[in-house]
Design a binder for this molecule. Structure first.
Ligand SMILES: [Fe+2]
Ligand SMILES: [Fe+2]
Length: 240
């Protein structure tokens, strides 16, 4: 079963906990004139996620499907979604589109967004930011919804365990624990630390988000600027 939580008005978190990996996979549905799905989840999750989405909106009416980078949990089920939603178009970086998405997972061509480009879906306004190698992958980008102050953080703020859907407590401590734990096992070097990491994270902090919607773990509601500065410090300490 997937768990649904409204994290901001008309922004919903769909969460499925995978016990063997001790990890939640979250997707976000934004209910608007042009409904948007952020992260498709893996293909194996499609039956569960699509059932959950159907409780919120007509899943055949999804207009935009966003994600950070080319990976199964980000966009693995894009084709499945596009087969049931005839107007659904993927939105991603140009690198994502050209290097992987259009060839591997898209039923029809993705729309590449430029750095700083705005996508208006009705009452919501999504700003796209190019963030190469943050959280990871050359093609990475992020969406920030300006009206609600919601930052869709992908793997940034990753927390393990079947944690609460929403919290106002610190999530950076949990994120740091994941980084430290992963460094000693098969998932070592999960996130890179490059010469651009700090600068990119500072730019994200400058958005001053009120809500941080993480793909793995709780959504954070609070001082997003401080949380991103703390996250930058944690990444530097563990990975630099
Ligand atoms: Fe990822
Ligand atoms: Fe992920």
């Amino acid at each position: 079963m997937s768990r649904i939580t409204e994290i901001a008005p008309d922004i919903f978190r769909i969460s499925t906990f995978i016990q063997e990996l001790d990890i939640q996979f979250n997707q976000f549905v934004v209910r608007d004139e042009e409904p948007l799905l952020y992260h498709t989840g893996m293909r194996g999750l499609f039956p569960l996620v699509s059932e959950a989405v159907a409780g919120l909106i007509d899943p055949n009416k999804i207009r935009w499907i966003g994600f950070s980078h080319f990976e199964a949990d980000e966009c693995g089920a894009l084709r499945e979604w596009q087969r049931i939603s005839p107007d659904a178009t993927a939105i991603c970086s140009l690198v994502s589109k050209i290097v992987s998405v259009d060839d591997v997972v898209a039923e029809r061509p993705a729309r590449a967004l430029d750095d700083g480009e705005l996508l208006v879906t009705g009452k919501f306004r999504f700003r796209f930011l190019k963030t190469p190698h943050v959280p990871h992958a050359w093609d990475a980008g992020h969406l920030y919804e300006e009206n609600s102050g919601t930052f869709f953080s992908s793997d940034l703020f990753h927390q393990n365990g079947d944690v609460e859907p929403v919290t106002s407590s610190d999530i950076v401590g949990r994120f740091k624990e994941v980084l430290i734990e992963y460094q000693t096992g098969p998932f070592a070097n999960y996130l890179p630390y490059t010469t651009k990491t700090e600068q990119i994270l500072r730019r994200l902090a400058d958005l001053k988000p009120k809500t941080i919607a993480s793909m793995h773990g709780s959504t954070f509601i609070g001082d997003g600027e401080a949380a991103l500065h703390d996250l930058a410090q944690a990444m530097k300490e563990v990975l630099a």
